[in-house]
Ligand binder design. Structure first.
Ligand code: HEC
Ligand code: HEC
Ligand code: HEC
Ligand code: HEC
Length: 452
């Protein structure tokens, strides 16, 4: 994650969302739909009586969503800038190294840095970047009807608007660009990383709040229900694990095995020395029974998923743990064995996503989750990427407790300095210090326990 986003995470902790209630939502789809509906472009949504108001004064929805989405001074506007960044020096340099003449027109870039609409109306513009319909679905069949007072959520969905309130559907849409998909041009191969692309980090609930342009008020709850941060987090973790394992077979064609994108960057990008006095930097990790020198599958979400399963699906937790160990080990063997282990683990992750989607996480479970992520799992955080995911989890779960009115906001705010310290320790992969980081997490865990 960029420094910008990490800084925003810190301020987000103080921003606490409105009070939320848990509600059971539908079963998950595994990935975003292949959208065949015509996309009409942001201009179609931007009328002053539609989503183009200057203030959030709409009777139902704010109606100033276009302004929020295009805010140049905030992360809420990041998607409106997604294509523009391709015209800046950093992107141009990536293109130069890859031999792409114009990244702003290249299918390798614009399907994530823009709306990958298959069919485009006259007002659709590439320069809008990730526009409304990239997340809400092509509007051709619902644009006219969705603003009517009679239009229900169900009507809109039936006409092809996407159920972005459903954590599983949302995860599918975000992961297409914030992890990768099998659709054309939606994968950040390691060669793109090696040409200078930033690492792609993601956590569904936190990232939702960073770009949010909606209110989960009483009216929203009545229309759609509110999934809540804990469920959103848990479903997001399960589907991130599932997505990576789904993409693995296709991206494993080369002689060096799966694309390096799937692995923990720091398992290859470490310093080394021939000096016998220089200590080795890799630390043994019981979660991964692999020999020294084997690249480590990026297990940041697998670690979170184990915590979530222990709390909310204990009957599956043990098999999940043994399957993830078996998968790490199998990656050191032949292709058939690795794919078999991946398929088993993938099925369990998909199963867990369904279980979490149907669960309601209460106060005690949220505290148990915080403990599972920060304390019980501490041994898993030998590497940077797991650590960065753990601190986002701490932020999200604490935030969810406050949002649900389950802990006092002031008491939770007292944890901020500890959280800020953990974020600071997870800011720079090259300065990763596992022991200092674990100590910081331990401190948050102890203070969180005191909130019980
Ligand atoms: C799978 C989707 C995907 C593809 C393909 C992709 N990107 Fe990105 N790109 C992202 C995401 C997501 C981010 C934000 C990463 C973060 O901070 O978490 C990003 C960030 C960037 C940034 C940093 C932007 C900033 O605000 O600093 C640049 C530059 C960039 N991408 C260029 C490119 C170029 C050039 C290509 C094509 C060669 C490309 N990207 C392909 C998803 C993608
Ligand atoms: C990056 C994905 C993304 C983009 C781009 C996006 N949205 Fe959203 N939007 C969401 C999510 C997630 C929600 C909250 C879940 C939901 O749909 O109720 C939401 C909620 C909304 C809501 C509130 C819905 C309600 O029932 O209260 C409106 C209105 C809305 N978006 C309009 C827009 C408009 C207009 C644009 C373009 C200017 C836009 N969105 C761009 C993801 C996105
Ligand atoms: C069509 C591709 C696409 C989709 C779908 C998408 N994003 Fe993004 N998102 C991007 C790109 C590209 C960037 C980086 C843009 C930049 O830095 O200029 C980005 C940036 C972000 C950032 C800022 C991250 C950072 O580190 O700076 C957040 C937060 C975010 N997206 C949240 C979401 C959420 C939540 C969803 C799903 C509701 C979503 N996005 C769906 C492409 C997408
Ligand atoms: C399996 C080992 C491996 C993994 C895992 C790996 N890389 Fe690499 N990376 C390499 C190799 C090999 C090179 C080429 C080094 C060279 O050309 O000197 C490289 C080059 C790079 C470079 C260019 C460095 C430079 O200064 O020229 C960047 C940046 C990079 N990788 C980022 C990443 C990121 C981000 C990840 C995680 C998503 C990652 N790598 C995962 C092996 C790996």
């Amino acid at each position: 994650m960029t420094t910008v986003a990490l800084a925003a995470c810190i301020s987000r902790f103080a921003r606490f969302l409105a009070v939320m209630a848990m509600l059971v939502l539908g079963a998950p789809a595994v990935s975003a739909p292949h959208d065949r509906a015509l996309h009409q472009g942001v201009a179609t949504c931007a009328g002053s009586t539609c989503h183009g108001r200057q203030e959030a004064t709409g009777p139902r929805v704010r109606q100033n969503e276009v302004l929020t989405w295009s805010n140049p001074a905030s992360l809420t506007g990041v998607h409106s800038r997604a294509w523009k960044v391709l015209n800046e020096p950093r992107a141009q340099a990536i293109g130069k190294r890859l031999g792409i003449a114009n990244v702003a027109a290249s299918a390798e870039c614009i399907n994530c840095h823009g709306d990958p609409a298959p069919v485009r109306g006259p007002k659709w513009q590439q320069s809008d970047g990730v526009g409304c319909e990239a997340c809400h679905g092509g509007s051709v069949n619902w644009l006219a009807s969705h603003a009517s007072v009679k239009a229900s959520h169900a009507d809109n969905m039936a006409k092809g608007m996407w159920a972005m309130n459903n954590p599983a559907v949302r995860a599918g849409v975000c992961l297409d660009c914030h992890f990768g998909s099998d659709k054309p041009g939606q994968f950040v191969f390691h060669r793109i990383m090696a040409a200078g692309h930033p690492r792609v980090a993601f956590e569904l609930d936190l990232f939702t709040s960073l770009q949010s342009h909606h209110d989960e008020d009483a009216d929203y709850r009545a229309r759609k229900g509110v999934a809540g941060g804990v469920k959103t987090w848990a479903v997001g973790q399960a589907l991130a694990v599932e997505r990576a394992l789904s993409l693995l077979p296709a991206a494993s064609g080369s002689v060096t095995g799966p694309d390096y994108y799937f692995f923990d960057c720091r398992s290859c990008h470490r310093t080394f020395s021939d000096d016998p006095a220089a200590p080795l930097v890799a630390r043994s990790n019981g979660w991964r029974p692999i020999p020294p020198g084997q690249p480590v599958w990026n297990d940041e979400q697998m670690i979170m998923l184990v915590a979530a399963a222990r709390v909310a699906a204990p009957d599956l937790a043990r098999s999940l743990e043994s399957q993830s160990r078996a998968f790490h080990a199998a990656l050191g063997g032949d292709r058939a064995g690795a794919m078999k282990a991946a398929a088993t683990l993938k099925a369990t992750a998909a199963n867990l996503a369904k279980r979490f989607a149907g669960a309601s996480f209460d106060r005690a479970q949220t505290f148990a989750l915080i403990d599972a992520v920060l304390a019980a799992n501490a041994g898993a955080y030998t590497d940077y990427q797991g650590g960065a995911q753990a601190v986002m989890a701490a932020d999200t779960l604490l935030n969810a407790l406050v949002a649900a009115g389950q802990v006092d906001r002031g008491a939770a705010l007292a944890l901020r300095p500890d959280l800020d310290r953990a974020y600071a320790l997870a800011r720079d992969a090259n300065r990763w210090d596992a022991l200092a980081f674990r100590a910081a997490l331990g401190q948050i865990a102890a203070r969180a326990r005191a909130l019980k």
